[in-house]
Design a protein around this ligand. Structure first.
Ligand code: NAD
Length: 366
């Protein structure tokens, strides 16, 4: 029996998280759910969007699945999701992007994985507001040190990128490639401009890559060129490893390459801990409407089963999702050719179609 932390989340979170839970239970795997709150629902009960008991539950159970969380305005949290990843040191964000038959997308046969650093970079949250006295002092100091002009009304955001953090994420990307039979790792940066942050990331990536020579190929590319290549020739990419901000932006770009946020799953991995969640957010305007696509969360559940070593259950669930997508009948509005297609089904109905399909799926795991 697995003990797993279950965080329903906000907005559409509960609907898609319950869809994932329904599918996980239907695989027959025995799970004890440890349900915890985070986000808006947690504020009501705990007066904070990120209660310590939720963090402790993930630390204790070592495995969690969560729906997206709305970032409440005015709580002191830039993003509850970012805080959760930082608090638990979930340093690697893994986001597979692949095309599915039946899902309209600009390309066929795309199959790549983004590995995003989760704890550093401009996401560290070190920011100084325009016009504040401390910001003025900081500007004066920075100008004196760097001899570069900074406008007095500037706001400042700090971008820390460390050698140790870079080595850790690039090593993770190579190990992931080896474990999943992937052939190439591409490190993405802007080292020609940000020499001491992206430059450090690039040099560290090259150093780490030497340890994998002959086993996994390596290249590094500028982020702007990578964006263009991704929309021209996405099949040239295999595993991409990126600092936090580029990882965030390119995740959505890659989700767009394969049919949108409705089909983009993800995992946040740390030493001994793992938290699974879709790439998309809480889409508040669709909350409670039984409308949105549960696929991204259900595929995140597939990633969780793989992580647990439950390969047969993972394959059965994934095969069932693929079949429902391919048939295109019991799918949500976003997967229909016309967004207002009256034959589109709701979140629950699509989930039940996947569960039904799973009953008839036979897989052989080698
Ligand atoms: P979003 O991903 O919630 O929604 C953007 C649009 O994408 C939606 O309006 C909808 O058209 C589409 N979409 C998203 N998920 C879908 C699904 N499952 N099926 C069909 N269509 C889907 O992004 P946003 O509007 O920028 O963010 C809303 C809130 O979510 C914010 O508070 C943000 O901070 C939060 N957020 C949370 C996470 C997370 O929990 N990991 C990630 C991103 C954003």
């Amino acid at each position: 029996m697995y003990k797993i932390t279950f965080i329903p989340g906000d907005g559409i979170g509960p609907e898609v998280a319950w869809a994932a839970r329904r599918c996980l239970e239907a695989t027959g795997i025995s799970i004890h759910w440890d349900e915890r709150l985070a986000g808006e629902s947690a504020i009501k009960k705990f007066n904070t969007p990120l209660p310590e008991e939720t963090l402790q539950s993930v630390r204790d159970n070592k495995i969690a699945i969560k729906g997206p969380i709305t970032t409440p305005i005015g709580t002191g949290f830039r993003s509850v999701n970012v805080a959760l990843r930082k608090e638990l040191n979930l340093y690697a964000c893994v986001r597979p992007c692949r095309t599915f038959a039946g899902v309209r997308s600009p390309f066929q046969n795309v199959d790549l994985v983004l590995v995003r650093e989760n704890t550093e970079d401009l996401y560290a949250g070190i920011e100084f507001a325009s016009g504040e006295p401390f910001t003025q002092q900081l500007i004066a100091q920075l100008q004196a040190q760097s001899r570069q002009p900074i406008r007095p009304d500037a706001g400042i955001s700090i971008k820390p990128i460390s050698k140790s953090g870079s080595a850790r994420i690039v090593t993770y990307a190579f190990e992931y490639a080896l474990a999943h039979g992937r052939k190439k790792v591409t490190a993405v940066h802007k080292a020609n401009i940000m020499k001491f942050t992206d430059g450090l990331f690039m040099h560290t990536a090259r150093e780490v890559a030497r340890q994998y020579e002959g086993r996994v190929a390596f290249e590094d590319r500028l982020v702007d060129a990578t964006c263009m290549q991704l929309v021209l020739r996405p099949r040239e990419f295999d595993v991409l490893v990126l600092p936090n901000l580029y990882g965030d932006i390119l995740s959505d770009l890659c989700a767009g390459l394969v049919g949108g946020l409705g089909v983009a799953p993800g995992a946040n991995i740390g030493d001994g801990l793992a938290l699974f969640e879709a790439v998309h957010g809480s889409a508040p305007k669709y909350a409670g409407l039984n409308k949105v696509n549960p696929t991204a969360m259900i595929l995140s559940a597939v990633m969780m089963l793989q992580h647990l070593g439950e390969q047969e259950a993972a394959q059965r669930l994934e095969t069932a999702v693929e079949a429902v997508l391919r048939e295109g009948q019991f799918v949500t509005y976003d997967l229909k050719a016309e967004r207002n297609d009256p034959t589109a089904v709701g979140t629950k109905e699509m989930t039940e179609a996947i569960v039904e399909k799973m009953k008839r799926v036979k897989v052989r795991v080698s």
